[in-house]
Design a protein around this ligand. Structure first.
Ligand code: F3S
Length: 649
């Protein structure tokens, strides 16, 4: 039986397991990327692994999320990241040089290679045949150290593209149509592989808009085959040497199929506040628009901004609408400036931002209250723009620009009819990409003498291996559905301590019990007790790392959220399931003692543990863990476990 393109790339990189849907596989990682809000912890963890040098073919550190440096702690983070990249052998992209996915596409993305990144839109270079996956920071640190990355083999879905896009329909409409059809949960546990005659009608920047926003489908990754257009794109970047022809076999078998006829697409828009609330633009035409932003890792490329510039040439945007352009990279910015397009857009009333994520995560350009903002971004979750009751729509640059010209949402086809002289800009590729590269510092150009840590940057705490005896007080008893936000709040004033674990730990579970962190330190640890679904929410590693720093040994809960449970293993905390009657009977402050030889029991695969409470009654708790998770847990977490593996050679 033939292979899908996904299977071919995974097969080339497989170090453990078999390519059977749902089975755990370990793959070798060729490239890694990190950004500024996740990168500090990645490097601190890499340092804690005790390695001198990045082991992957390539690593790149970007500074894109918090480039405005509104506090010295941000600037210190950027300086630390530069010094870490130089010390350990990664490329460093300076603040303002651009958004990680755009800059990576321009300089490093390579067909057939694997890429792991500590950012959810890492799959972007799937548009040029790279198998790219987003993950937690510790996985990235371990991959940089040469360790495999483990995932469950996803389903591979064939997305067959037929026909060709009509005028005014764009790549953004392709992925919005996917979201309309499949919803934000439609891609969980899946890789979308694009095939069919429609593929060759799309340029690489169009393909990467689609693969970028595959993340909003919940997909593990999205992938295009390579062809002459890929080779041509790489040669314009002066990187044709990395091109390889990649196609699925003719008789490849997919787990599922979706067909999209490009010729039937029309301009679409995601209405507030979910990327899958997709309707044709004409259905919401006439809605007043106060703000329009073009940019982000989805639509911030030169090829995304040029159509907007052409539409604005010789025209003025509406007086009550603000329009901001935040290019995805400085290279795109520089090319538009050299060609005179920046001046044209400014004359039309546009404000330019530095190349940054910024507004995409509510840093700058927060919309006015009770107003509509049209953005070319990938997410419009409620409150993400920086104001609680926001009203953010997601669309193509063409639809956003049409709205800026009219001051209200308008189907660009209708605007063209009204104006009479507005042509569909279509897609134009530059002859070559020729921005300066002074903002990219290669590993052999390091400018710092070793790691530079400001006062807010500490070390990553490490846990000792499990011992035979484990006991301590039930320090906190919680209800059902405790979220990672309850464990470590994500507000700006707290998250600026993400590289300072002792300080950040002071806020652990403060939303549940303000005195918790101090009590945990005073008693030198103990246990947490919780009801159902403990740790739901995000993949935030700090929600396991900070309790570990405070000395917490384990969590006794009725059930755990999947990702948080994985993080508990990664940081060496014992996740034990208990039944409801026992949960009801345990009181905060009770003495908890695990009767079994804990180290021995965990390593040997024992599932049931006897827990003695206050020395006078016992309950049975369950440990549900794979062999690999048990080894990690027993060694004190993934960092000490990986270190031990390195030491063993
Ligand atoms: Fe940045 Fe928003 Fe993309 S935060 S990486 S532009 S999703």
């Amino acid at each position: 039986m033939g292979q899908t393109l996904t299977e071919k790339i995974l097969d080339d990189h497989l170090v453990e397991g078999e390519l059977e849907t749902g089975e755990e596989i370990g793959i070798e990682i060729d490239q890694v990327l990190t950004q500024d809000t996740t990168g500090t912890l990645v490097w601190l963890q890499f340092e804690a692994l005790g390695l001198d040098e990045v082991q992957t073919e390539l690593a790149a550190q970007y500074c894109d999320h918090q480039t405005y440096q509104f506090d010295f702690k941000n600037t210190d983070d950027h300086r630390f990241l530069r010094s870490a990249a130089g010390t350990f052998g990664a490329h460093f992209s300076r603040p303002g040089n651009g958004i990680c996915h755009q800059v990576h596409k321009e300089h490093f993305a390579a067909p057939g290679k694997t890429l792991l990144g500590s950012d959810s839109h890492t799959p972007t270079p799937g548009g040029l045949g790279q198998l790219a996956i987003g993950s937690g920071g510790l996985d990235v640190a371990v991959a940089m150290g040469g360790g495999p990355y483990y995932i469950e083999m996803p389903e591979v879905v064939n997305v067959r593209l037929e026909g060709e896009l009509p005028e005014w329909a764009t790549a953004k409409d392709v992925i919005l149509e996917m979201l309309r059809k499949l919803s934000v949960k439609g891609g969980v546990g899946k890789i979308f592989e694009y095939t069919g005659p429609g593929v060759e009608t799309l340029s690489v920047p169009e393909r990467t808009t689609i693969t970028n926003m595959g993340t909003e489908l919940g997909a593990t990754s999205s992938l295009f085959p390579t062809d002459e257009r890929t080779e041509e794109f790489l040669s314009r970047l002066d990187r044709e040497d990395v091109h390889v022809d990649l196609q699925p076999d003719d008789d490849a078998e997919y787990d599922d199929e979706v067909v999209i006829d490009l010729s039937e697409l029309e301009p679409l828009i995601a209405t507030p506040s979910m990327p899958d609330n997709v309707v044709p633009v004409r259905e919401v035409a006439g809605t007043d628009v106060e703000q329009v932003i073009i940019g982000s890792c989805t639509n911030g490329a030169y090829e995304d901004i040029l159509p907007s510039a052409k539409m604005l040439e010789g025209r003025q945007i509406d007086r009550k609408t603000e329009m901001i352009v935040a290019p995805g990279s400085k290279q795109a910015s520089e090319m538009l400036a050299r060609e005179g397009w920046t001046a044209e857009m400014m004359a039309a009333g546009v404000n330019f931002s530095e190349a940054t994520c910024g507004a995409c995560i509510g840093i700058g350009h927060v919309p006015a209250s009770d107003s509509v903002s049209l953005r070319t971004f990938n997410r419009n979750f409620e409150g993400r723009s920086g104001i609680e009751d926001d009203s953010v729509y997601l669309c193509s640059p063409e639809v956003a620009t049409a709205a800026a010209l009219k001051g209200e949402i308008v189907d660009p086809r209708d605007l063209a009819d009204d104006l009479g002289d507005l042509d569909a800009p279509g897609l134009e590729m530059p002859d070559e990409y020729d921005g300066s590269t002074t903002d990219l510092i290669a590993p052999d150009e390091a400018v710092d003498d070793g790691l530079v840590k400001g006062p807010n940057i500490g070390d990553v705490p490490l846990k000792d291996a499990l011992e035979a005896d484990l006991e301590g007080p039930a320090l906190l008893k919680m209800d059902d559905n405790i979220t990672t936000d309850h464990i470590i709040p994500a507000t700006q004033d707290i998250l600026m301590y993400r590289s300072n674990i002792p300080k950040l730990s002071e806020f652990t579970l403060s939303r549940v019990d303000e005195s918790f962190a101090q009590r945990a330190l005073d008693t030198d640890g103990g246990f947490l007790v919780a009801g159902e679904n403990y740790g739901q929410g995000s993949s935030r590693e700090h929600a396991a790392l900070c309790p570990m720093y405070l000395g917490i040994e384990g969590v006794l809960a009725q059930s755990f959220a999947r990702i948080h449970k994985a993080n508990l293993f990664n940081f060496g905390l014992l996740p034990l399931s208990i039944d409801e009657a026992d949960y009801q009977q345990i009181e905060q402050g009770d003495d908890i003692e695990i009767v079994d030889d804990v180290d021995e029991a965990v390593r040997s695969g024992q599932e049931e543990f006897t827990v003695r409470v206050n020395g006078d009654w016992e309950l049975t708790a369950t440990l549900d863990a794979s062999e690999r998770e048990r080894e990690i847990l027993a060694d004190g977490g993934k960092l000490p476990h990986t270190r031990k593996q390195y030491d063993a050679g």
